[in-house]
Design a binder for this molecule. Sequence first.
Ligand SMILES: Cc1ncc(C[n+]2csc(CCOP(=O)(O)OP(=O)(O)O)c2C)c(N)n1
Length: 646
Amino acid sequence: MPDQTTDRPNTPMLDQINRPADLKSLSDTQLAQVARELRSETISAVSVTGGHLGAGLGVVELTVALHAVFDTPRDKLVWDVSHQCYPHKILTERRDRIRTLRTKDGLSGFTKRTESPYDPFGAAHSSTSISAALGFSVAHDLGGVVPEGSGDAIAVIGDGAMSAGMAFEAMNNAGHLGKRLFVILNDNEMSIAPPVGALSSYLSRLYAEEPFQELKAAAKGAVSLLPEPFREGAKRAKDMLKGMAVGGTLFESLGFSYLGPIDGHDLNQLLPVLRTVRARATGPVLIHVLTKKGKGYAPAEAARDKGHATAKFDVVTGEQKKSPSNAPSYTGVFGDELVKLAAKDDKICAVTAAMPDGTGLNLFAERYPSRCFDVGIAEQHGVTFAAALAAGGMKPFCAMYSTFLQRGYDQVVHDVAIQRLPVRFAIDRAGLVGADGATHAGSFDIGFMANLPGMVVMAAADEAELVHMVATAAAHDDGPIAFRYPRGEGEGVEIPDKPQVLEIGKGRMIQTGARVALLSFGTRLGEVRKAAEALSAKGITPTIADARFAKPLDREMILDLAANHEALITIEEGAVGGFGSHVAQLLADEGVFDAGLKYRSMVLPDIFIDQASPADMYRVAGMDAAQIEAKVLDVLGVATIGEKRA
Ligand SMILES: Cc1ncc(C[n+]2csc(CCOP(=O)(O)OP(=O)(O)O)c2C)c(N)n1
């Protein structure tokens, strides 16, 4: 197998480029050479780090063209989602660290303001770029001052991301304000899964028509907006118009000039179009660019997800280097269990927001296509849609990652909780997620779900518990219910044949000990057990309980633990304001602290934790077995050996 560290591609032209300004002196032919080398460098880098490959490969030429034509970082280039930003990072003074992508202390896999002035706006959740670019454009006009200077604003947004409400809210506002603004619609006919919905069909219709048309402009005779090579095409479009009534494109109705579609892999098209709009545009312009996700790397082009996300891989064969797994993933366990339940109950249905594979609903979609809904990147709509499915007599499971559910929060409150509708929230990727970093951490859902009246909130301690919780959610029909589970593999416990419907608000005792009670909510239970073993060796046997529910709390069990122990410690994979806060409130309300209970709550610290392995991130958070053990010793006033020596 070739040594990845020495098997670097040959990149003589790219080696001359230290910053985007260096592109300015190159000819178009040389820029094409830079693009070829940039593609090889991107493939080589991701082969060692893993990460988002397909999206970056799709925008290699676009990245070169944008940096060659515009004046970054003075001009603000905003990448939507920003999972396609690796080629951008290579061109913007970060090539020396590109093989640290997504690792501890390395480059982020997304754009990040603190990382580089070339990243004027961070992202990772989709569909924010047009709003951000519009903000930059308006700040520029109002005389806002930033160290890099302020110029044009350019948003690059994918066809998947364009399907979200926020993108349209921004276009509506941008069209109204009429400011100079560039939106590049990077249309690769892919989201993570194939894109869904009417917008996607609309875009397909646009490029099925005559290329290079700017219909409305052509109709007005405004052909001169187009660069020379395209005037001919526009003239043809104008001629075409004579024979047909054209209402203009959707984008034009929103107040944008529409240009396209153009081939996003052809610099001979990209460069003149970008140069011309830069020279002439006075208002918002949308440039519709057609690209191929995974372009130029056969294994990515051939993959089902077009290389959207990949593990480390062998460049020559494309074979991914996945570590063998010992246990099924939580996502898979959820998907399997839901399929089983749906076989017995035809009211069970499922909603995903553009993540059928990521949430395990792909299995459900195959078996029950008419009961599975991929709503596109539209969490807000997805939640309200699920609310009405419930109001209409169905049993909807709304499966979303914790981090993306944040976007649908008002809908959770207003449409689901206030109306007490039995939507079942399957909250995947709860807790710290690893390489995707702070933007993807599922840190807040315990807090923001458990503070809603009438919401039941569960966390699975292992995959068997998850099975029970899926069944419990299916059976719970008098209000909303949520269950959270982490990214990755389960604990390796046996999956129960028959799921149990859990009693709402009842926890379970794991072991009975003395002096200290460890009350776990979710998958930290494994670390709690390890800590307890280490403590036993030191003569302290803690009591361990699994809360199962953050709402409603098992008051009886918790008050009992408090009454019978000198100290009580809660632990959860979430930020302050979650399970531990609810327990503290209960104990305070019941006057338990008046009697002198030593209480500690282990939650994620009040910082955004940068990417690393989940284990490393939990160490930063102070939540691994050794740290739980230290907490127990500390609360009991038992000095650790190190401290005694000191
Ligand atoms: C709000 C939100 N929901 C879901 C995701 C997960 N996600 C990341 S990339 C992606 C697909 C984006 O598709 P598109 O914009 O077409 O870009 P492409 O990957 O095709 O280049 C999705 C669904 C996200 N980042 N943000």
